[in-house]
Design a protein around this ligand. Structure first.
Ligand code: AMP
Length: 115
């Protein structure tokens, strides 16, 4: 099932794209939670982490190399940042096209909200 992220890949809706190659696309989150908040997605439609297969390893590895490049480009590599991949309801996933959040530019606080 396609999501809004497939429409961004196809340029059917606008996005502030910061990086693209054959395997992945990165764009700024529309509702940023930190001064830097970028999403990196595989171009292949993978709904959740549960749907990953071995054939996806190259694209998923690319998410990390591109995350490091974007962190450097955005000037947060040394100050630090957080990479998040949410899965399904308890993980807080809202868009069912696998994506990695890059968050940085301020102290992000504890990893999880207090209950
Ligand atoms: P998640 O909760 O991990 O599924 O995160 C989905 C993220 O996608 C949220 O941070 C949204 O703000 C972001 N988002 C949803 N629609 C768009 C869009 N059209 N362009 C950029 N980011 C979006």
């Amino acid at each position: 099932m396609s999501t809004i992220f497939s429409k961004i890949i196809a340029r059917e809706i606008p996005a502030d794209i910061v990086y693209e190659d054959d395997l992945v696309l990165a764009f700024r989150d529309i509702a940023p939670q930190a001064p830097v908040h970028v999403l990196i997605i595989p171009k292949k439609e993978i709904a959740t982490v549960n749907d990953i297969s071995i054939a996806d390893e190259a694209a998923l590895g690319r998410l990390f190399t591109v995350a490091a490049k974007i962190a450097s480009d955005e000037g947060i590599a040394e100050s630090g940042y957080r990479l998040i991949v949410n899965c399904n309801e308890d993980g807080g996933q809202e868009v069912f096209h696998l994506h990695m959040h890059i968050l940085g530019g301020r102290r992000l606080g504890p990893m999880l909200a207090k209950r």
